[in-house]
Design a protein around this ligand. Structure first.
Ligand code: SAJ
Length: 420
């Protein structure tokens, strides 16, 4: 361990970010108490197992639990530092919902002692770190916080957003630069000292509000750029131009780098975070909102394309009805070569087609059973099986799909450009 200032930390929220973070600290010699309200997750972790899928995380958790540096429980404990990594969903109107940060603040506040550091890692709207400091201060009037006492405060508070890519979390946790937004300079320094236990990238300091906005900006940048690609794909379809060829050609310009269109934007970050900016500054965030709307509309556009082909098929086969039409859907995950089905446009498109009464063959080599709510007219089949369908719909560009040779391209709808 590089630093001895933090011998025991408490990580609140053991999800896709909290658990890898907790395990990585534990692997670097820090004693870590992981906290989650989900008892199943806590039990699994204490058995050295994981409740989420991320490459190599299972081995890491098994090792650190066996070594005794990571343990999990449902309530916080006294520690040198606290990392809050809980979800920040949005409400029906796209306003951010900070209830999990509030609950975590109230749960950890009783254990705080002078000298402690509290870090908010959850992706948050601008102002959330100050709000967390306020909740902590209300719960502990006997301690001073940066909003009242500045550098003299008993408790240090910082926002250090996670920026790791699902599928590469354990590498990126260590190699990525960290944006460290302390409520004061001392808060930033304390947070850098903590992350320097394992971070090999730079810890770059700023204030909490800029750090919050930085994270939202990164994901909005990507969302806007994917929206550009998705809009191009719809324009090109109308103009009978191959969008994949077009993008490859345009990207030969030294200052053009267009991203790839797809069936929509999935995952729980890029499709959510831009709304946090829109919610705070609705009049100014025009482009960011429009990009979100373009990306949100893409799955419906794909479904409409499938339905056009279904109608054509039924016109050619008047003896058949909708339930006789078989669609082979290639990919359910939210992006290539992972098994993560959360907020997946591919999954949602497949479910909606099934709800229309179509017969679905789902091909997703990264899972071995369908989620509970996907039974009925959806059958999970292997790539090695004889796949006979009336329409072939490519939804994810998994590596293994790129080798498939489709016999009749007029039956294929390729949302990821793998056959062109
Ligand atoms: N996508 C496209 N076209 C592209 C690139 C992506 O349609 O050219 C789609 C993907 O298929 C997927 C979605 O966008 O459905 C998001 O995938 P992603 O790989 O762009 O990003 P995430 O959601 O896995 O992770 C992002 C990352 N942010 C950025 O790259 C700016 C990651 O670094 C963040 O830590 C993560 O969000 C997060 O937790 O916020």
């Amino acid at each position: 361990m590089k630093n001895s200032q933090f011998s025991h930390i408490c990580v609140i929220g053991l999800g896709y970010i909290g658990l890898p973070t907790a395990a990585t600290f534990a692997a670097h010699g820090v004693t870590v108490t992981g906290v989650d309200v989900n008892e199943y997750a806590v039990d699994m972790i204490n058995q050295g197992k994981v409740h989420i899928v991320e490459p190599d995380l299972d081995m890491l958790v098994r090792d650190v639990v066996a070594k005794g540096t990571l343990s999990a429980q449902t309530t916080p404990v006294a520690a040198d530092a606290y990392i809050v990594a809980v979800p920040t969903p949005f409400q029906g109107n796209h306003d951010p919902d900070l209830k999990y940060i509030e609950a975590a603040s109230k749960a950890l506040a009783p254990f705080l002692t002078s000298g402690n550091l509290v870090i908010l890692e959850s992706t948050s709207p601008v102002g959330a770190t100050e709000q967390m400091a306020e909740w902590l201060s209300q719960a502990r009037p006997d301690l001073s916080f940066p909003q009242q006492a500045g550098e003299q405060a008993d408790i240090r508070i910082a926002h250090c957003p996670e920026r790791v890519l699902p599928g590469k979390v354990l590498q990126e946790l260590i190699s990525n630069d960290r944006i460290v937004g302390g409520m004061t300079a001392k808060c930033s320094q304390a947070a850098c000292d903590l992350y320097n236990v394992f971070v090999e990238g730079s810890c770059v300091t700023t204030n909490a509000r800029t750090a919050e906005m930085c994270k939202l900006t990164e994901n909005s940048f990507r969302d806007v750029n994917i929206a550009f690609a998705n809009e191009l794909s719809m324009i090109c379809d109308k103009l009978n131009i191959d969008v994949w060829e077009l993008i490859a050609l345009a990207n030969r310009h030294p200052r053009v780098n267009i991203l790839q269109p797809g069936p929509g934007v999935g995952g729980h970050c890029i499709a959510v975070d831009p709304w946090f900016i829109v919610a705070k500054t609705p009049d100014e965030a025009q482009l960011i909102r429009t990009a979100r709307e373009v990306n949100e509309s893409k799955p419906e556009w794909v479904i409409a394309k499938v339905n056009e082909k279904v109608i054509e098929f039924l016109q050619d086969h008047p003896e058949k009805s909708v339930k006789d039409v078989t669609i082979a859907c290639y990919g359910l995950a939210f992006k290539p070569d992972i098994d993560d089905l959360r907020e997946s446009p591919a999954l949602n498109i497949t479910k909606k087609l099934a709800q229309q009464g179509l017969n679905i063959l789902a091909i997703e080599p990264n899972i071995d059973k369908l989620p509970e709510d996907m039974q009925g007219n959806i059958k999970l089949i292997g790539l090695d099986e004889n796949i006979e369908a009336d329409i072939y719909l490519i939804l994810v560009d998994h590596k293994v799909f790129k080798k498939i040779k489709f016999k009749d391209l007029s039956k294929v709808i390729d949302t990821k450009g793998i056959i062109s």
